[in-house]
Write a protein that binds this ligand. Structure first.
Ligand code: T1G
Length: 704
């Protein structure tokens, strides 16, 4: 029993405190960084409300958050651990049942369990700029503290379905319009809490028990959403469960809550939940690098060399982040092409509502400068070179940059494969040289491989990561090798696909199997999109050093020799025209001819075997990338493939998938496949060790 505080705050625990102001009891949540609804927060809220309910002076209670946001959800770090009382759904029911009216003040990004706490209160006030949402589906679950039952009661079934199956936050204005909140206010959370408590007491804020409201039935909306999800997310488990839960909101609230809990537990038990939560934390943990304590260099003006697809995409990403860019090209024609591509990218952003027409015009008129003279880059803080993937061309440019750029400027290359140490060695300032490997389209793809050469300075690495944060990209640290983390592993598993193609599987069968596994596109669709000429050039570059033991499949080369480079030429492994795409019969004929030449009798491959070989190859090379220290941790490989290669997010990434398969099974597979090709299928020492001692990749993730 807490005595009536005369003045000031009383702490329940480190995360929650309360105070009495007149007839109002104010409860403050303070659990940095995002006020996650941890056990301490739940216990604190409950005990604070109980304490205030026991005080005769208290006529109304207000709950608010300190720091940058109100509760941003349940504490995801507690998932998978035995739940501790009070559970969030119980706390919400307790708040709703309170005889003392409770108003909740929202600010920042009030998400998941945070919004559910607010929905269980008797009134909700949001500060201007607040965003509210139920992103649980992005974690493979559904709102499990009454969100699926209370949102339909306040905002209707259609809004509930959009919010809960989409997971995207909405603005305070949209939340007010839909009835989710009662008012938008300005000021600091505590002051607004005090005013709102007063308004709830004197009736200028509606005082309602959400659970007591009825849900307007809307079977059409439910049916339409089921059909839409079956079409757009056929492989995902929780979205349909979200619809089932919202459908239960037409039941009496206690039954609906029971049904929500049952469906929530089903999602919690799904491996997709583990994969999606692994993805969530991986993308945040990859920023924990050895160089993190170094101070990034100031980046206020950037030079981009090359107006091709990558150079223009990189320039667009920088301009969209508000950074001034100087684009250089060898000649005016190249500059005009670059400006046209950048303008097209910006127009696309205006169409997608990511940019206003006014901002677009301002960018083109004031933020983008162009020149055919590298000297124009003498004062920039960072240069990103994005020219043709040829070492001699890149070394020539870096030699010139070394002369023209100011002292302390960061010199970066967007090379996808080439040796950054070799590029750095041509300069007198290798400590300032780094790889910044963007992915196409560079203004959309979230991944940035930050490639650290032997002499790259710590503050230059930190600068790469700081730039990524400004561009809202996920930076992953990579060491130097042919293709860094992503392209190196892709080059290796693509061989496994080529071997299956040569041995009997068609490109379409392989692509279909990998789409069935969850990839947006299969490897041959990706090859056609990226351009077969890119890997053709790489194959030619590697021909001189290719080991004699390595099995080489020349099929793609044959297509290129015919001038078929994929989508950009209208044909590759597939034909592309106005009717869409379909397998290229001439490519299939070339495959048959190459099999005959090699004396191969084609055999059938099941989708299961295709996936098994493809994933085993990906994990095999991933293990080597870890052994060599090219990637710091398995999560770095996962973050690369989730954000740069379309790896199905619900599977968590290749190394998370490796733990699902198990090291022993992976070793068994590799040894089995090695009977066909012992050179390609070799068990990495790391994997064998894991198989022998029952280890997992997850165990090694905390080693940064
Ligand atoms: N639990 C635990 N830690 C969290 C967290 C959470 N819900 N949200 C963020 N963090 C950590 C994050 O790992 C990072 O830690 C730091 O906070 C800053 O995050 C019953 C069951 C709120 C929009 O899904 O979307 O409620 O790396 O780098 O870019 O129905 O974090 O510094 O050590 O992302 O400014 C639903 C998840 C949970 C929201 C802030 N809620 N979070 O973005 O910072 S499920 C969510 C976010 C649920 C109930 C169910 C974002 C953010 P570290 P950050 P940010």
């Amino acid at each position: 029993m807490h005595p009536e505080p005369l003045t000031g705050e009383t702490s329940i625990n480190d995360a929650v405190s309360f105070e009495l102001t007149g007839a109002a009891g104010l409860i403050a949540i303070d659990n940095p960084p995002v006020n996650a609804a941890s056990h301490a927060v739940r216990t604190g809220i409950r005990q604070a409300v109980e304490a205030l309910q026991d005080m005769s002076a208290v006529k109304v209670i207000a709950i608010y958050g300190k720091g940058r946001t109100f509760i941003a959800g349940a504490d995801i770090r507690e998932f998978g651990k035995p739940p501790l009382d009070p559970w969030l759904p119980e706390l919400c029911n307790f708040l709703e049942a309170s005889d003392t009216p409770i108003v909740c003040v929202l600010h920042g990004t009030t998400l998941g369990g945070g919004l559910e706490v607010a929905l269980a209160c008797h009134a909700r006030v949001a500060l201007k700029g607040t965003r509210v949402g139920l992103p649980e589906v992005t974690l493979g679950i559904l709102p499990g503290a009454g969100g699926t039952q209370r949102v339909p009661r306040l905002a209707g079934i259609r809004t509930a379905l959009d919010m809960i199956t989409g997971g995207k936050p909405v603005s305070a204005e949209d939340a007010l319009a839909s009835g989710l909140i009662d008012r938008i206010s300005e000021g600091d959370p505590r002051a607004v809490a005090l005013q709102s408590a007063q308004d709830l007491l004197d009736g200028t804020l509606p005082n309602r028990r959400t659970g007591a409201l009825d849900t307007e039935p809307d079977p059409t909306a439910l049916d339409e959403m089921r059909k839409k999800l079956a079409r757009t997310q056929p492989l995902l488990f929780s979205p349909q469960k979200c619809v089932d839960a919202v459908a239960a909101s037409s039941l009496p609230v206690t039954e609906g809550m029971k049904e929500e809990r049952r469906l929530y537990e089903e999602c919690m038990a799904s491996p997709q939940r583990a994969g999606l939560i692994h993805a969530f934390f991986s993308e945040r943990a990859v920023s924990k690098i050895p160089e993190a304590s170094a101070t990034p260099r100031a980046i206020d003006a950037i030079g981009v060399i090359g107006g091709g697809t990558m150079g223009s995409g990189i320039a667009t990403a920088l301009l969209l982040a508000g950074l001034p860019v100087t684009l250089t090209e060898r000649d005016q024609a190249g500059l005009d092409r670059g400006i046209a591509t950048i303008t097209g990218n910006l127009d696309g952003a205006v169409k997608r509502g990511k940019l206003t027409a006014g901002a677009r015009n301002d960018i083109l008129s004031s933020k983008l400068k162009t020149s055919t003279d590298l000297g124009a880059l003498s004062e920039v803080d960072l240069v990103i070179e994005a020219v043709f993937e040829e070492m001699s061309v890149k070394r020539e440019i870096f030699e010139m940059l070394d002369k023209v750029c100011r002292k302390g400027a960061v010199l970066a290359s967007n090379t996808s494969y080439l040796d950054i140490n070799d590029i750095a060695a041509i300069t007198s300032r290798p400590a300032d040289v780094i790889g910044l490997h963007f992915f196409s389209p560079a203004h959309i793809m979230r991944l940035l491989e930050v490639v650290v050469a032997d002499k790259t300075a710590d503050d230059v690495v930190a600068t790469g990561f700081a730039l990524a944060k400004r561009l809202k990209k996920i930076a992953v640290r990579s060491g130097v090798c042919d293709g860094f983390i992503g392209n190196r592993i892709m080059t290796f598993y693509k061989k496994a696909a080529d071997y299956m193609m040569m041995d009997g599987a068609s490109p379409e069968e392989i692509d279909t199997a990998m789409r069935g596994f969850g990839f947006a596109m299969g490897p041959y669709q990706v090859a056609d999109l990226a351009g077969l000429d890119i890997s053709w050039a790489a194959n030619k570059r590697r021909a001189a050093t290719r080991p004699a033991e390595e099995r080489y499949i020349p099929i793609a080369d044959r297509l290129c020799e015919n001038g078929w480079f994929g989508r950009k030429t209208g044909q590759g492994f597939y034909i592309y025209d106005d009717t869409g795409s379909r397998p290229n019969p001439e490519a299939l004929a070339i495959i048959d001819a190459e099999r005959d030449k090699a004396g191969i009798a084609p055999r059938a491959f099941s989708a299961e075997e295709i996936v098994s070989r493809f994933m085993t190859a990906m994990i095999l090379e991933g293990s080597r990338v870890l052994e060599e220290g090219i990637a710091l941790r398995p999560i770095d490989i996962d973050a690369v493939f989730l954000n740069g290669y379309g790896f199905p997010r619900f599977r968590g990434g290749p190394m998370h998938t490796a733990d699902v398969i198990g090291a022993a099974e992976l070793v068994r597979r590799i040894e089995d496949y090695a009977r066909e090709d012992a050179w390609y299928w070799q068990v990495p020492a790391l994997l064998r060790q894991m198989a022998e001692n029952g280890g997992s990749f997850a165990e090694t993730n905390d080693r940064g």
